[in-house]
Design a protein around this ligand. Structure first.
Ligand code: ADP
Ligand code: MG
Length: 292
């Protein structure tokens, strides 16, 4: 080996050039420790490399968390499983780990009345997935439909849908708020078709399929969209009382039960259906609560 000119004074510069900021920050400390404890040189090198790789992974996850636009604070840790007995913590943890469902392009459909925790649950799964190195995008369905419509007007729909391919999971929150009268929503159908059997979607909706004729331009398109969504799907029916309302009642135990919580058609009085996992799942009848 030829003699190597080494000038340690240049080290900060060299590390910056190589884009190794963690080593750049930590080398004085680690080399000092290595000298003091008499580490073999290879051990020092390995420690520095581990440091950089670890920080790179953390930075990537931070970037992916920022791009996912998940609502803050809605994680599995802050989710109270007792409130939704039809969903087990183990099940959600398994979904948040990613595993095979994302590889197969399986969809996750969450139905239930307003306030039952669909958004929280969906966001928590998304959050867990990002931490497990998957890429996720959370969007209000109406916002995404609007963006795709603009893309279509600019003759860029295919490219816009293609860009969403980088996400292992696309969370479409509140699909049933999309209204075909407000906008031409076949872009939503295009998106569903493009991801079919390739890329997963997590959809939340107050109303199961029976009401989706309001969402898609015509009944044939509704059937075709539902067909594709449910073909490989896991469906959670979260027919429980609004978490907001329940906690509001719990916070004021001195006050009498508010009249709205005694509503005859309160979601709490409806039958809760067990979590279903399905392939070739038949569309479910509408049995939910259209009140917003
Ligand atoms: P939905 O999307 O079904 O309308 P959200 O997920 O927005 O309901 O829930 C309403 C509020 O109640 C949110 O602040 C959410 O964090 C909270 N919440 C709902 N369910 C739970 C739960 N099981 N544990 C903890 N917080 C919950
Ligand atoms: Mg919601």
């Amino acid at each position: 080996m030829t003699a190597l000119e080494v000038d340690t004074a240049r080290l900060p510069l060299l590390l910056a050039e190589l884009r190794l900021p963690a080593i750049g920050r930590m080398w004085p400390q680690l080399t000092e420790r290595s000298d003091r404890e008499g580490w073999p040189a290879a051990r020092l090198l390995a420690a520095l490399a581990e440091l950089e790789v670890g920080e790179r992974g953390r930075r990537r996850i931070e970037r992916h968390l920022a791009e996912a636009r998940l609502p803050p604070g809605k994680t599995l840790d802050s989710f109270e499983f007792g409130a939704v007995p039809m969903i087990s913590k183990a099940r959600l943890m398994a979904l948040a780990a990613g595993d095979t469902w994302l590889e197969k392009g399986t969809n996750l459909l969450l139905f239930g009345p307003p306030g039952c925790g669909k958004t929280h649950c969906g966001a928590a799964i998304g959050h867990g997935l990002v931490e497990n190195s998957y890429r996720v995008l959370f969007a209000r369905t109406t916002d995404l439909v609007q963006k795709l419509q603009l893309a279509r007007q600019a003759l860029q729909l295919e490219a816009a849908i293609g860009k969403l391919d980088k996400f292992d999971l696309l969370i479409l929150d509140d699909l049933s708020y999309v209204h075909k009268d407000h906008a031409e929503t076949s872009v939503l159908f295009e998106l569903i078709s493009a991801r079919y059997e390739r890329r997963s979607m997590l959809i939340t909706a107050n109303q199961p399929f029976g009401d989706w004729n309001k969402v898609f331009p015509d009944p044939a398109m509704t059937i075709a969209a539902v067909d594709r969504l449910v073909h490989h799907s896991i469906i959670f029916e979260m027919n429980v009382e609004s978490y907001r309302r329940r906690t509001a009642v719990q916070r004021s135990p001195a006050s009498p039960t508010p009249s709205h919580s005694r509503n005859a058609d309160s979601p709490a009085r409806t039958k809760s259906r067990a979590t279903t996992s399905s392939d070739n799942q038949k569309p479910l009848a509408t049995d939910d609560h259209p009140r917003q």
